[in-house]
Write a protein that binds this ligand. Structure first.
Ligand SMILES: Cc1cc2nc3c(=O)[nH]c(=O)nc-3n(C[C@H](O)[C@H](O)[C@H](O)COP(=O)(O)OP(=O)(O)OC[C@H]3O[C@@H](n4cnc5c(N)ncnc54)[C@H](O)[C@@H]3O)c2cc1C
Length: 333
């Protein structure tokens, strides 16, 4: 088959039966815009039963159709049945592209599906463009330690498969179409062929301090932090401003803060009203994860890259500046 014979784009809607993962809806909204340019149709793929109200959210993202998959093997997520479902569906319908949220499960089955279909899978692209000359999508993301923006394409293979981190794209539903095509597929995967066994289910222990994706004020702490003892002042500043702290990768590598607080390309994507960075150099891998209404950067190096991204830059010692901010806020209380 020629690549022009592959048509339409799919977004996988991951869910637990009650709720759809937001990343699937975010992807639907973004790919709707791409399909409007390419002329492809946008299909959501839902495996297993999903609550009606959540299906309405999917429809509101402007999908042209929904492919519902039922059958054996989907009671709990597993690589074998889910990658098989996408492989079987793709061989039947030949989509041009498949987009999957970069959740633990999505990152697991999407590359496997790609292997089964003899195509490729890109991960963590932060922008998707269309090249009308080649008919290829361009998956754009920071690479080589953030020194370049890499443009990844599938010049020969189809479908073009990408996994994308939650929060990369905006959830901006355009409203439901009048006639949404409904496709129902029964794909049974023999349960005895599933190579992993579901032993138990442990509820995720929710710690609100570690949930920063939707936080309005974030204090970002970077490798300029001399040691862990200096951290409480940044927590105090965050608290005074009604926010939370986040960090760069080196702080996670140094075991000072948990991975869930790492902001950036391979961490959490944030969209706060206010972001204040302390002792952060401004690597693309970090700043690619930030869209802030107001961005203030503090660094003792006037040449630091971070000053190219911020609205206000303060050259100075991070601990001293933080203490002065705390004192100013307290004085005004
Ligand atoms: C594939 C890939 C993915 C990555 N993903 C991420 C990601 O998701 N998130 C992420 O953060 N990184 C990520 N990285 C790492 C990234 O490239 C940078 O190495 C990292 O962001 C640097 O963190 P930093 O700015 O805190 O540290 P550094 O680059 O070490 O910068 C420290 C800064 O602190 C300043 N400083 C030092 N002392 C003081 C002081 N007393 N007062 C004020 N300023 C001071 C210095 O001038 C310097 O600018 C990734 C890298 C790769 C290769």
């Amino acid at each position: 088959m020629e690549k022009r014979d592959y048509k339409n784009m799919w977004v996988y809607i991951e869910h637990d039966g009650k709720k759809a993962e937001p990343v699937g809806l975010e992807l639907c909204c973004e790919i709707r815009k791409v399909c409007d340019i390419t002329g492809d149709k946008l299909y959501a793929v839902i495996i297993g039963d999903l609550a009606e109200s959540e299906q309405t959210l999917v429809k509101n993202c402007g999908v042209d159709g929904i492919i519902y998959v039922s059958g054996t093997g989907y009671e709990y997520y597993n690589t074998d049945a889910y990658s098989n479902a996408f492989t079987v569906l793709s061989k039947k319908y030949n989509p041009s592209a498949i987009f999957v949220g970069a959740t633990v499960n999505g990152r697991d089955f999407a590359p496997r599906t790609a292997v089964q279909l003899d195509t490729g899978c890109t991960s963590d692209a932060m922008q998707i463009e269309y090249d009308p000359k080649t008919g290829d999508l361009e998956f754009i993301e920071p690479a080589v330690g953030g020194k370049i923006m890499a443009v990844i394409t599938f010049p020969k293979l189809r479908p073009q498969i990408g996994t994308h981190r939650p929060g990369t794209f905006k959830y901006a539903p355009v409203g439901a179409k009048e006639n949404i095509e409904i496709i129902k597929e029964q794909i049974d995967f023999p349960v005895e062929n599933i190579r992993c066994r579901h032993l138990s289910f442990a509820e995720y222990e929710f710690d609100p301090e570690l949930e920063i994706a939707d936080c309005d004020v974030i204090i970002g702490v970077g490798n300029g932090l001399s040691d862990e003892e200096q951290l409480p002042r940044y927590r105090e500043l965050a608290k005074l401003l009604g926010g939370k702290i986040g960090c760069t990768r080196p702080l996670f590598d140094r075991d000072i803060l948990p991975y869930k607080l790492q902001i950036g390309q391979s961490g959490v994507i944030i969209k706060p009203k206010l972001y204040i960075s302390f002792g952060i150099s401004g690597a693309v891998n970090h700043v690619a994860g930030i869209t802030a209404d107001t961005f203030i950067a503090v660094n003792n190096d006037p040449e630091a890259q971070i000053f190219n991204y911020c609205d206000y830059g303060i050259v100075g010692d991070m601990d001293e500046v933080c203490d002065r901010m705390i004192a100013e806020i307290k004085a005004k209380q």
